[in-house]
Design a protein. Structure first.
Length: 315
């Protein structure tokens, strides 16, 4: 008999924790870099400072990428466990822990488990649907980089911050297509150690800030794939995020888009809550505001955020 058999959720939770660890390190660099103006840099000087900044961040970025890889390995193990946890056991039976040494059950952790290089093959052999070629290539690429970073001083490896962000978002989307990374990220921020100090109040603000930076950083095709929004489409404030945020210092993050595009559309999608919000299409009461998108939930214009007095509160 075997005890401590892991569940797929155990692996998914651990994998997402590692993804968040890598994300946290990378996002902190981006947020800090975005404050260059606050540190007294003129826009013309930021470009000059940029090379030195990202050169100093090299170790953090390569390490973050190796952590993304470890996260993906754990999540693939979770996928294999959904089929059977015993597929993770490697070695021939003669090398397994003996069932005759003791009457206690054998701890699952006493078995040697399969190597990372075999994970995809084991998954694809037994799963209903194999991983696609794009995922497998990306996984193998990441593994190569990880091996160089872990087993050498990594002089030949150089990754950009956009590559790290892209890898984390690509892997999360490929493995959890129904989720939005930013919803998961906000949950992590709500439960982070500094939430004990009251920081969770800013979880939505900080998540929206990160999503805004990522939207600027990545290409339209990546934003469409990972955030589910068109980078070039007009975007609006999400009524639920606005409601949830700390608005003492204002809240102007516009990440939500009409779905589908068009003047008759009454549904707004937000990649941070990963949800649809119903809007009323009528001109904002502020004559200087061009918006025709008013929240049904809060009766606020979702461009300038002013309350609409002429609209009856549906509640
Ligand atoms: Zn939202
Ligand atoms: Zn308005």
């Amino acid at each position: 008999m075997i005890t401590n058999v892991p569940t797929s959720d155990d692996y998914y939770t651990s994998g997402k924790e590692l993804l968040n660890f890598a994300w946290d390190a990378t996002a902190s660099l981006l947020v800090e870099f975005g404050q260059a103006g606050y540190y007294g840099f003129e826009p013309a000087d930021i470009e000059e400072m940029s090379d030195a900044y990202w050169a100093a961040a090299k170790r953090t970025l390569t390490t973050a990428l190796t952590v993304v890889q470890q996260a993906v390995e754990l999540i693939i193990k979770g996928r294999i466990v959904e089929i059977s946890p015993y597929l993770l056991i490697s070695d021939i039976p003669a090398r397994w822990p003996s069932p005759y040494d003791s009457t206690d059950p054998i701890d699952f952790e006493d078995f040697r488990t399969i190597d990372a290089q075999d994970l995809i093959r084991v998954h694809d052999t037994f799963a209903q649907k194999a991983f696609n070629a794009e995922f497998t290539n990306k996984f193998n690429e990441l593994r190569k980089i990880r091996n160089v970073v872990m087993h050498s001083v990594g002089k030949k490896v150089s990754v950009t911050v956009a590559e790290v962000v892209d890898s984390a978002l690509f892997m999360h989307k490929a493995l959890f297509p129904a989720e939005s990374w930013f919803t998961i990220r906000r949950e992590f921020l709500r439960r982070a150690p500094d939430s004990e100090l009251g920081a969770s109040e800013f979880a939505t603000n900080n998540t929206c800030h990160e999503a805004t930076i990522v939207k600027d950083l990545l290409q339209p095709a990546q934003i469409q794939a990972y955030l589910g929004v068109d980078k070039k489409q007009h975007s609006f404030v999400c009524p639920a995020c606005l409601d949830d945020a700390n608005t003492d210092g204002g809240f102007e993050y516009r990440l939500a888009v009409l779905r589908p595009k068009g003047s008759g559309t009454t549904e707004l999608y937000c990649p941070v809550c990963n949800g649809i919000h119903i809007v009323r299409r009528q001109p904002c009461e502020d004559k200087n505001c061009p918006s025709t998108v008013i929240s049904e939930e809060s009766c606020r214009c979702l461009l300038c955020t002013t309350y609409q007095r002429g609209v009856d509160d549906p509640a």
